[in-house]
Ligand binder design. Structure first.
Ligand code: MN
Length: 270
């Protein structure tokens, strides 16, 4: 299933997305659920909406944290002049940095260098700690696209990454969470980032999740070895090479095969 979160009748609702490709000639639709599937068992309300008629928001708001992993693709570590670390390099992004597809990334006044980073995001489905690698599939709710937006100048000058990667709007997630991919399937997906600027499309990142230094199972197991993961927590699995600057007026797109496309305009802070 593809589980979306959206504004409907002035409240937040959840629903499953059925794309035209599944349904032949029919338009993309949403079947409304009666609650948050990460919180409790849910049922269909019977209401069906057109996807075009609703406004999507972040498909999940992490209950406690977004855990991100740096330098997990060798070619990206190299383009930044870094080595692949001996152990996964972990940092946190606050849940207040999360936005959904279509919502604006606000370019802060404190920076002059903001990059996109296209990443596969893992959504945790169960409270867990010390998960063995071979049992990671049991704790994953699904996958979505992420953009680990990064103020590169502050990342360098601060020496740690809390501010550079923690600004409000710096963690776009979406467009929805896909729950039907196996761990093996998620470990071999094309990842792309493009930027639309002045009517032109700039190709930036194009890689595959098969090129992660540490795979999804190893990362989730590692993260759970030091922190308890809660349902709705999100793990970002690192970005491939080709990161680049974004600026107000751009629209940045993160596309992952089998999941969808996360698109966000970039706007200047007021
Ligand atoms: Mn990243």
């Amino acid at each position: 299933m593809r589980i979306a979160r959206f504004v409907h009748n002035d409240t937040i609702a959840y629903g499953t997305v059925e794309l035209a490709e599944d349904q032949g000639e029919h338009p993309d639709t949403l079947q409304v659920l009666n609650g948050d599937p990460l919180v409790a068992a849910v049922q269909y309300t019977g209401e069906r909406l057109l996807l075009d008629d609703v406004r999507l928001v972040a498909p999940v708001i992490p209950r406690s944290k977004v855990v991100a992993v740096g330098r997990n693709y060798a070619a990206h570590a190299a383009e930044m002049g870094n080595e692949v670390p001996a152990e996964p390099l972990v940092f946190l992004k606050p849940n207040t940095s999360v936005i959904g597809s279509g919502e604006p990334i606000v370019y802060p006044t404190q920076t002059r260098e903001v990059d996109h980073e296209a990443e596969l995001a893992v959504v945790i489905g169960r409270i867990c700690k010390d998960v063995p690698v071979e049992r990671v599939g049991e704790v994953i709710f699904g996958y979505t696209c992420a953009n680990d937006v990064s103020a590169r100048d502050l990342q360098k000058s601060d020496g740690q990454w809390g501010r550079a990667k923690g600004f409000d709007t710096f963690c776009p997630l979406g467009p929805w969470v896909v729950t039907h991919l196996s761990l093996d399937e998620a470990s071999d997906l094309q990842v792309r980032a493009t930027v639309t600027r002045g009517g032109e499309t700039i190709e930036r990142q194009s890689s595959t999740t098969a090129l992660m230094v540490r795979g999804i199972a190893e990362l989730v197991s590692f993260v759970s070895s030091f922190t308890t993961l809660l349902p709705g927590d999100v793990i970002l699995t690192g970005t491939p090479e080709g990161v680049g600057p974004i600026e107000p007026g751009d629209v940045v797109h993160v596309e992952i095969e089998g999941i969808g496309t996360l698109s966000n305009p970039v706007v200047a802070a007021e």
